[in-house]
Design a protein around this ligand. Structure first.
Ligand code: DOR
Ligand code: ZN
Length: 349
């Protein structure tokens, strides 16, 4: 990375957690991710979910068809684990370069997770196989029990599920995704090298007050839901610490405006348009711009055992205004930071 006070150049980053959807929405959102990132781990929570190597290969084709030519973008596919997950199909898909990782959604934890895993015990043979072949497990870390307060669901997941999983399968590579609490940071810091975590831009920018700032704010609602300020600060310390256990994963999760601004609005923040700029603002505020490249472009590929990107991207300290809404392919979306100004932008080279 070369840098000055107002300009930094880093290796082209990757997004280790994104929702690209399908159909018109896929066409609308892919160019935003492809503009900034060399690769992205694509979530499989379509309807129906991506549970087989064949369906992942077909989905990858649909994504590639939506990538603007010359973007230099590669989608990395994931398998949605169900109670009936097929260890052979998953292992073959991994060996054939279709599946990079598999995703554990506890059943009913979030959008399109009804087919998720009801008890980790049901998929132990699959997880053992993944451990054997070095295939990472990506975890949505929240319990779903109605009697657990929504703000405690991540911390309780660590106590009830994750600690045991790590004990039982010490060699399994696990990415604790979109962490939101200081308990998650403590857990990851204290765990071995096989455990890492992604952190979203929104969880670095907002705390739970943002959901109720002057009225109810559906565009600040995502899962896991934003927590108290002390948790946001713990996430900022983790992301900017330089630790190789933490890397970039936007969890950009677009829903059409009418599905967000509704009596029962969907969970998800669409941050793809200015994700790198959003992270850069945080690292700058924390006086840690020199650590942005590790977080955005190095720790992720190293954890996954993939090469670093050769291309470079330059950011300059120059305001960029974020639109109130974005319309594309007949879809209207409200981006994260809508109506605000971000202090860094990617230079047009
Ligand atoms: O806010 C979220 N939205 N969290 C998730 O885990 C899923 C995602 C989505 O697919 O909309
Ligand atoms: Zn997600």
């Amino acid at each position: 990375m070369t840098d000055s006070k107002d300009r930094i150049t880093l290796r082209r980053p990757d997004d280790w957690h994104v929702h690209l959807r399908d159909g018109a929405m896929l066409e609308a959102v892919v160019p935003f991710t492809a503009r900034q990132f060399g690769r992205a781990i694509v979530m499989p929570n379509l309807s129906p979910p991506v549970t087989s190597a064949a369906s992942a290969a077909a989905y990858r084709e649909r994504i590639m068809a939506a990538v603007p030519s010359g973007a230099g973008f590669t989608p990395l596919m994931t398998c949605y684990l169900t109670d009936d997950a097929d260890a052979d199909d998953i292992a073959d898909g991994h060996a054939n370069g279709i599946f990079t990782a598999a995703k554990l959604y506890p059943a009913n934890a979030t959008t399109n997770s009804a087919h998720g895993v009801t008890d980790v015990a049901h998929i132990m043979p699959v997880l053992e196989r993944m451990q054997q072949i070095g295939m990472p497990l990506l975890v949505h870390g929240e319990v779903t029990d109605g009697d657990i307060d929504i703000f405690d669901r991540e911390a309780v997941f660590i106590d009830r599920v994750l600690e045991k999983l790590v004990r039982d399968l010490p060699g399994l590579k696990i990415v604790f995704e979109h962490i939101t609490t200081e308990q998650a940071v403590q857990f990851v810091d204290g765990a071995g090298a096989s455990i890492a975590a992604t952190i979203t831009p929104h969880h670095l920018h907002i705390n739970r007050n943002a959901l109720f700032a002057g009225g109810i704010r559906p565009h600040a609602y995502c899962l896991p839901v934003a927590k108290r300020e002390k948790h946001r600060l713990a996430l900022r310390r983790a992301a900017t610490s330089g630790s190789s256990k933490y890397f970039l994963g936007t969890d950009s999760a677009p829903h059409e405006i009418h599905a967000k601004e509704s009596a029962c609005g969907c969970a998800g923040i669409f941050n793809a348009p200015f994700a790198l700029e959003s992270y850069a603002a945080v690292f700058d505020e924390e006086g840690a711009l020199d650590r942005l490249e590790g977080f955005a472009s190095v720790h992720g590929p190293e954890f996954y055992g993939l090469p670093l990107n050769d291309a470079r991207v330059t950011l300059e300290r120059r305001d960029i205004a974020v639109d109130d809404s974005i319309e594309s392919t007949g879809v209207t979306l409200v981006p994260f930071h809508a109506g605000a100004v971000l202090p860094w932008r990617i230079t047009q080279s």
